[in-house]
Design a protein around this ligand. Structure first.
Ligand SMILES: Nc1nc2c(ncn2[C@@H]2O[C@H](COP(=O)(O)OP(=O)(O)OP(=O)(O)O)[C@@H](O)[C@H]2O)c(=O)[nH]1
Ligand SMILES: [Mg+2]
Ligand SMILES: [Zn+2]
Length: 333
């Protein structure tokens, strides 16, 4: 089993401290207690590591906050009959509901300190086509992705992600070509130092702050602008079609990366070093900020796309088939 704290493949030993009613599941490696729901239901809800990689202020923490907001506040459960999410421990519940409150009040999360983070653990049930799983969200300060040594020290969680998520805010890069290539290069070096191989990972490049980026789109990219503007959860009801559409958008974003950003070297290096490369584009807030606050209500755009890519790439065809069969048996497919 994967320990959500030290990321080792490990065993959890049930222990009953004297005077306590609760059973603790201690990791044999780091001795941290894992949530009972995580350990007991491990097979039914296997972990999926969602790791945010990106420079400082490129939108990692706000993305996760907007995601928690979307999972809790938008009516996905109305359209997906079996869908629900659940925080697996007190920290995760605090993070999810704390971020929902923050964004609803028009405030934004602080810049994240540079440390090895504890994950926000969320059980996800009933996303169509995707197997049920436990999402482990890892987010640390962008400084950790400036140098491979920092990545190794503070962001070792990237090694356990099946899909690597690279968050890039193009408007915040002086030169997108060299900025993106530097991030990718640092990631690849750090992964090898950690004993991992990018060749075994799928890469998902996420363009953040799309509200700002789309303002720069020439008429050639009108379809991408329309995709953002029309982003609504109703589209997600037919998830199979939705994923086909995500593939088309990814191809267009690849063309954008080459033709507009001229980041050919980035694309070539990504394709040579990863199992697959896909792109998505999101706006976590839907609009700009003013004095560090949200002047209008949050209106996230397409923010489930990277998560769906992450889930899509984390399970093999046979795992997916197995899940469908189970769904069929229970009459939910
Ligand atoms: N216009 C716009 N601005 C955004 C959006 N998302 C984030 N921002 C802005 O970018 C700032 C930084 O976002 P964070 O998510 O904190 O960045 P981060 O990558 O976590 O940064 P570090 O924790 O310092 O590594 C926010 O305070 C917002 O002002 C978005 O969707 N649109
Ligand atoms: Mg942050
Ligand atoms: Zn551990």
């Amino acid at each position: 089993m994967l320990c959500p704290f030290c990321l080792a493949d490990t065993k959890f030993k049930p222990t009953k401290p004297s005077g306590s009613l609760a059973t603790l599941y201690l990791c044999s490696d780091c001795k941290e207690p894992a949530p009972a729901l995580y350990v007991q239901d491990y097979r039914q809800y296997p972990p999926v590591v969602i790791s945010a990689t990106g420079f400082r202020q490129h939108g990692k923490t706000v993305y996760f906050a907007a995601l928690f907001y979307t999972l809790k506040k938008l009516s996905l459960a109305r359209d997906w009959p079996d869908f629900f999410t659940m925080g697996l421990n007190e920290d995760s519940l605090d993070t999810v509901y704390g971020n929902v409150r923050l964004l609803e009040g028009g405030a934004l999360p602080d810049s994240t300190p540079k440390n090895f983070p504890r994950p926000t653990m969320i059980r996800v049930d009933g996303v169509p086509i995707q197997p049920d799983c436990t999402l482990l969200f890892f987010d640390t300060g962008g400084e950790c992705f400036e140098k491979p040594t920092q990545l190794v020290q503070f962001a070792g969680f990237v090694r356990r992600a099946k899909a690597a998520m690279l968050l890039v805010s193009v408007p915040d890069l002086e030169d997108p070509r060299s900025g993106m290539q530097k991030l990718l290069n640092t990631y690849i070096v750090g992964m090898r130092e950690l004993g991992g191989k990018t060749e075994e990972q799928d890469l998902v490049v996420v363009y953040t702050k799309a509200d700002q980026l789309a303002a720069r789109f020439s008429p050639n990219w009108e379809d991408l602008r329309a995709y953002l503007v029309k982003g609504s959860i109703e589209d997600l009801v037919r998830t199979k079609n939705y994923i086909e559409r995500m593939h088309k958008v990814s191809e267009r974003l690849l063309a954008f990366t080459e033709q507009e950003l001229h980041a050919y070297e980035f694309v070539n290096a990504a394709e040579a070093n990863f199992k697959s490369v896909n792109f998505s584009i999101i706006s976590a807030l839907g609009s700009g900020t003013s004095d560090g606050r949200l002047p209008v209500a949050i209106a996230p755009r397409r923010i489930l796309d990277p998560l769906l890519w992450g889930m899509e790439k984390s399970f093999s065809g046979s795992e997916r088939l197995w899940q469908r069969w189970l769904n069929w048996l229970s009459g939910t497919d």
